[in-house]
Design a binder for this molecule. Structure first.
Ligand code: MN
Length: 196
């Protein structure tokens, strides 16, 4: 297992450099180091993260593999506010397949965003809120506790907000809702669309 490199150096002011450094350099690195030790010499050693998640029983291997996959998807779905603002709008182009499906199911992008934030705010304890796609292309918002994710449920993961406190506590303390609202400013919708 390898720690991914971040495709940017800063996501200020939405996520502080301090949070980014701890989140990637300590938390994610911790999951990578732990999983590497857990799977050495086992049937999981040469499996992809997705295959580990699909086959491992509930427990440390599943939890650490899930956390690595979740963070890899999380960290690579963002761009700096300047990149998002200068390069493309903070919402996918109206011609995109993904936004068309979002509008079909939720009516407006804003209605989708509101429900996504709400599901993040009301997820009890630590976990992840996800936009995921089924085989037929239909979308759903999932509340996943702990290390759980759409792959474990046969769905394709598209977008995720981390609601573990380590993702926001240094910057937003208990204000999880404010943090989630701010994250839209750095979502790289081209990457999310690519996953669809
Ligand atoms: Mn995290």
């Amino acid at each position: 297992m390898k720690l991914i490199d971040l495709p940017y150096t800063s996501l200020e002011p939405v996520i502080s450099d301090r949070t980014l450094s701890f989140h990637h350099g300590k938390h994610l690195r911790g999951y990578v180091d732990t999983l590497s030790k857990l799977i050495a010499g086992t049937e999981y050693e040469n499996m992809s993260l997705e295959d580990i998640i699909r086959t491992a029983p509930a427990g440390p291997v599943f939890n650490n593999a899930g956390q690595i996959l979740n963070h890899n998807l999380y960290f690579t779905q963002f761009k700096t506010p300047a990149q998002v603002g200068g390069d493309h709008p903070s919402w996918p182009a109206p011609t995109g397949h993904l936004v068309a499906q979002i509008v079909k199911q939720w009516g407006t992008p804003e209605a989708f965003q509101t429900e996504f934030e709400q599901k993040g705010v009301t997820l009890f304890g630590s976990g992840w809120v996800w936009l995921a796609a089924a085989q037929d292309g239909s979308l759903q918002i999932l509340q996943c506790p702990g290390a759980d994710n759409p792959v474990a449920h046969g769905l394709r993961p598209l977008l995720t907000f981390d609601v573990w406190e380590h993702a926001y506590y240094l910057d937003y303390q208990n204000r999880r809702a404010d943090h989630l609202k701010a994250l839209w400013e750095i979502v790289d919708w081209r990457e999310v669309e690519k996953r669809y």
